[in-house]
Design a protein around this ligand. Structure first.
Ligand SMILES: [Fe+2]
Ligand SMILES: [Fe+2]
Length: 262
């Protein structure tokens, strides 16, 4: 069955909420980088090299490291596809800035794996094991349509994994002595918030353009959240999952979307 495609007929309905130009983007990211490096500089060497966490923590955290690293790695691919196929320039611009952000996140997460001493041959296996975000991101990587990618990736997935869950992850890591992960999660929240807001602007524009688009967006939401649901299976990540859904519904319900039935 051919995938349903949405077209924004009146492209003037979408504009980048962050109002970025190349100039502004570079200045903003230079400031972010300074802030990140200053926070990272406060981490004692022992903590930075994972000498202060328990072996048990590291063993259990590998799945989480893989969820972080591979979702960022996936983002550098699917956002590149969204930029390449963008139906109009304003959307392409937002996607291109996001692509650069995701590359920074990817490098932060690679450093976590490396400093924690997890051999690279174990990374992918951890992500492919049950209970990770792998199924959702593999689905996203198969898509070619920019609008479907950005609605699912930015509005649904990032909207859900937004401020709420990154805070849970940061606090959880910090409480167990994993300060680098905590600093990384807090640094990424600011970029992810920007990705969510343009995803949201896109969804809003699509519904304004044609209210019938809401049905397709609902179907994309249901498809996405069901692929994510396995992360919470077994109840281990219950706090994460609840924060995930709560963050997402906070932006989705006001748009007229209904909670997904699992
Ligand atoms: Fe990211
Ligand atoms: Fe992002």
């Amino acid at each position: 069955m051919a995938r349903k495609r949405l077209v924004l007929k009146n492209t003037a309905l979408f504009s980048d909420p962050a109002n970025l130009s190349w100039e502004r983007y570079v200045v903003m990211q230079a400031r972010e980088r300074e802030r990140y490096l200053a926070e990272r500089a406060t981490i004692p060497d022992d903590a930075l090299n994972y000498k202060t966490v328990s072996p048990r923590y590291l063993h259990q955290a590998v799945d989480q490291f893989a969820n972080n690293y591979y979702s960022e790695l996936s983002a550098t691919h699917y956002v590149a596809t969204a930029a390449a196929n963008a139906p109009f320039d304003e959307l392409k611009k937002s996607a291109l800035f996001q692509l650069a952000d995701e590359q920074r996140h990817l490098e932060m997460d690679r450093e976590v794996f490396e400093r924690a001493g997890i051999p690279e041959r174990d990374w992918l296996a951890a992500w492919e094991s049950p209970g990770t975000t792998c199924r959702f991101f593999r689905h996203l990587l198969e898509l070619e349509d920019s609008i479907e990618i950005l609605v699912k990736g930015n509005f649904v997935a990032e909207g859900a994994a937004g401020p709420g869950t990154f805070t849970v992850l940061a606090d959880g890591a910090e409480a167990r002595g994993d300060v680098l992960s905590a600093v990384n999660h807090r640094a990424r929240i600011r970029d992810e918030t920007r990705h969510i807001s343009y995803g949201r602007a896109l969804v809003k524009a699509l519904i304004e353009d044609d209210p019938a688009n809401l049905d397709t967006i609902q179907a994309w939401q249901d498809e996405s959240l069901r692929l994510f649901a396995e992360v919470a299976r077994g109840g281990e990540r219950q706090a994460w999952w609840e924060g995930f859904l709560a963050s997402y519904y906070k932006i989705a319900v006001p748009m007229g979307l209904r909670p997904t039935v699992f």
